[in-house]
Design a protein around this ligand. Structure first.
Ligand code: GUN
Length: 298
């Protein structure tokens, strides 16, 4: 049996369309949401992300504010920029692109962002709200994972979910979101004993380890939903010297023969992250103005 493909490109476009509608409604009330992105240094991958984010923000009808700082910027200067954005009424969302250079304490910078503008959901206040079931701004990639899983199975209640990876950005928040969906959640990681057996229990497997094709087909329960968060660039066997291709954390060719539904890489979780960022910016804009969030984005 070949698994159903979960199309993150189409789902991302659909979510961005709903965001655009909500933004039109807000703009008609005279308030256009704004997203500020702070990029420190010159990392090529980060530059591509940031360029995409800005373009999508404008496409959705929102205001985009880009702040580019040199690689050798001091922590104090970066904190000044954050304080300025916290105070700026036109800014509803603030995103500081990670990773940051070594002279800067990323935890300190994330803590400086106003939690009401923390559209990445990385501030401990939002992490705590998510963990305690209170309204929160939720990290974008985990939110995208849950939306994709629910696109093939609207109720995840009672499922055995296994999350492989325990990062603050993906593994921990996706586990919290799945718990809130009434899954029985296991968080596995590099020290987990019998990882293949643990994975084989999963009705819903989320792979967020960052190791190319680490999960083979025979770790997957027949019929499981597989959400692959990994985006790993590896040498391409076809195409010759210097050619590369993107693969996930799951061996896709093997997994699709076993799973019930699976996200491809590329074209799965990736396109959902920016769509969820735009959604979060609308959520922040509505909350800051005391307006309800459009039902289509709830
Ligand atoms: N770097 C890679 N992914 C992300 C993300 O989702 N948010 C931020 N701020 N930086 C990142």
């Amino acid at each position: 049996m070949s698994a159903a493909l979960i199309d993150g490109v189409a789902q991302g476009e659909a979510l961005r369309e709903r965001v655009r509608d909500a933004v039109r409604g807000l703009s008609a009330l005279g308030t256009t949401p704004g997203l500020a992105v702070v990029l420190v240094g010159d990392d090529p991958a980060s530059r591509v992300y940031v360029r995409n984010k800005s373009a999508r923000t404008v496409e959705a009808g929102m205001r985009s504010f880009d702040h580019r700082l040199p690689d050798d910027v001091s922590e104090a200067e970066l904190l000044d920029v954050i304080r300025m954005l916290n105070a700026d009424e036109a800014v509803d969302g603030i995103l500081v692109q990670l990773p940051l250079p070594p002279q800067i304490d990323a935890a300190k910078v994330l803590l400086a962002i106003d939690p009401a503008k923390d559209v990445d959901g990385f501030h401990p206040v939002n992490a705590g709200r998510l963990a305690t079931g209170q309204p929160a701004l939720v990290p974008c990639t985990p939110l995208g994972c849950v939306i994709l899983a629910k696109s093939v199975r609207p109720s995840l209640s009672g499922l055995e979910a296994v999350v492989v990876g325990r990062s603050n950005i993906v593994g921990k928040p996706v586990a919290q979101l799945l718990l809130a969906e009434s899954c029985t959640v296991t968080v596995a990681h590099s020290r987990t004993r019998n990882l293949p057996e643990v994975c084989r229990r999963a009705d819903l497997l989320v792979a967020a380890i960052g190791r190319p094709e680490m999960i083979p087909g025979d770790w997957i329960k027949p019929g499981a939903i597989v959400i692959d968060v990994g985006i790993n660039r590896v040498p391409s066997p076809a195409g010759g010297e210097g050619r590369t291709r993107l693969v996930g954390d799951v061996n896709f060719a093997e997994a699709r023969e076993v799973a019930g539904a699976i996200t491809p890489v590329p074209g799965g979780v990736g396109p959902m992250t920016i769509a969820c960022l735009l959604r979060n910016t609308v959520q922040a804009a509505c909350a800051r103005r005391g307006l309800p969030l459009a039902q289509a984005l709830a």
